[in-house]
Design a protein around this ligand. Structure first.
Ligand SMILES: NC(=O)c1ccc[n+]([C@@H]2O[C@H](COP(=O)([O-])OP(=O)(O)OC[C@H]3O[C@@H](n4cnc5c(N)ncnc54)[C@H](O)[C@@H]3O)[C@@H](O)[C@H]2O)c1
Ligand SMILES: [Fe+2]
Length: 383
């Protein structure tokens, strides 16, 4: 419900250059902005791909000096950020370009924060109000997504885990927005089916959870519903027989999900984060398996919103149960398992998972409040 008795703030993101070939504009953009020495932050896989090598050579051809930092974990940790900052310190850089999936973009953003904020990284943890300490300048920051899932390219936050506990922390500040995003669907053409499926379900989870999140934000709700619609048209094709249209749709819908989730996330992300912390499960896969169960939990009290989601998905039955069935069916079509036991979760993990889930930052905006018992029950149901 939206009412105007309370003053709220709406923020929208940075410049987005979207379309096939957009990344070719990068060298000209750097030159126009007198930037000649980027630190490129990526991961070791992406650094081997041919599009990455051609981005680097397109810069070198214009006499732009390139330094690549790629030593990052699948679920990034604080020491990755510290090592990347050392690369900046030792090589006289003037800007940071993140190229990759959410993991690389999050590390890039956390390095952007750290350059002029040298206290312990987790002093800036948003969950303990650390965003107020983000007061200094940050380097010029550019993002180039190569997966269609997290939408981290348009975000203001970086999710980085503690090296020892593996608990994910969220670093947040409007200062951490990229100055420009080059969203080029051609970079996503060769994404393997499993990564397309898992990241695509992350994007769907962002749009659905943002739409349902209890914070009032009608602008985000409109974007989230359109994001859900676009994903429903494109995800199965992008996984099973990708073409430029399905890749483009997934890239824009992923970006829309991240714009929408400034409104908040919910139960599914809080079920998913502990799986990455404890078992190093890919973030998108963890969301994908949990989303039908999380949405089932949310139906009560949100019947009207589920009716609108069902209508957006063009389902025959316009209710929450039909949305849950749609999610199970979608997972089947893109080869995502229905059960947590199929992705390595065991009965013995449940208590720890429930402890981590209740402490997670994503669920306070869920439309229906959750207890530790609720999380335990949901994990057992999904097991
Ligand atoms: N900042 C945010 O708002 C936000 C939101 C959601 C998730 N996240 C974080 O994002 C991370 C997950 O990101 P992700 O789902 O994009 O996965 P990812 O970055 O781990 O990438 C998945 C895999 O795909 C490979 N890859 C990337 N681009 C490719 C391409 N074009 N072709 C072939 N392979 C490619 C990568 O090397 C990696 O092995 C998690 O750490 C999660 O916590 C951040
Ligand atoms: Fe996510």
């Amino acid at each position: 419900m939206f009412n105007s008795d309370k003053i709220v703030q709406f923020n929208f993101p940075t410049i987005i250059r979207f379309g096939a070939g957009a990344v070719k504009e990068l060298p000209g953009y750097l030159q126009q902005n007198n930037l000649a020495a980027p630190l490129i932050v990526t991961d070791t896989n992406v650094a081997q791909l041919s599009f990455f090598k051609s981005i680097v050579s397109s810069l070198q051809q214009r006499n732009i000096s390139v330094e690549v930092f790629q030593e990052i974990h699948k679920n990034p940790v604080k020491s990755d950020v510290y090592k990347g900052t050392e690369a900046w310190d030792h090589t006289n850089r003037d800007c940071i370009i993140g190229i990759g999936g959410g993991a690389a973009l999050d590390v890039a953003r956390a390095i952007v924060l750290r350059i002029y904020h040298r206290e312990d990284l987790f002093k800036y943890d948003d969950l303990i109000g650390g965003d107020v300490f983000v007061t200094n300048d940050v380097p010029h920051f550019i993002t180039i997504p190569t997966t269609a899932g997290t939408g981290s390219e348009t975000g203001r936050s970086a999710i980085i885990a503690d090296d020892e506990t593996h608990q994910k922390k969220i670093l947040f500040s409007p200062r951490l927005l990229a100055k420009i995003v080059y969203a080029d669907p051609l970079l996503t053409m060769e994404l393997p089916p499993f990564i397309t499926a898992a990241t695509g379900m992350d994007a769907l989870t962002h749009n659905m959870e943002a739409y349902l999140a209890k914070t009032p934000h009608p602008l985000c709700e409109g974007i989230a519903l359109e994001g859900i619609s676009i994903i429903s048209q494109a995800l199965t094709k992008a996984v099973n027989s990708p073409d430029q249209e399905s890749r483009s749709k997934m890239l824009i819908a992923s970006l829309m999900g991240a714009v929408a989730f400034q409104k908040g996330l919910g139960v599914v992300h809080s079920l998913a984060h502990p799986l990455s912390s404890l078992l190093d499960t890919h973030h998108g896969l963890a969301n994908a398996v949990n989303i039908p169960y999380g949405m089932q939990f949310n139906i009560e009290g949100c019947e009207h919103k589920f009716k609108r989601i069902a209508r957006t998905l063009e389902l025959k039955e316009e209710n929450g149960e039909a949305v849950v069935k749609y999610l199970f069916d979608l997972n089947s079509k893109i080869n995502i398992p229905h059960k947590l036991r199929d992705i390595g979760v065991k009965q013995g993990h449940i208590e720890t998972l429930a402890d981590l889930a209740i402490a997670d930052f994503a669920h306070p905006n869920n439309p229906k409040p959750l207890t530790r018992e609720d999380f335990k029950h949901l994990y057992l149901k999904a097991l």
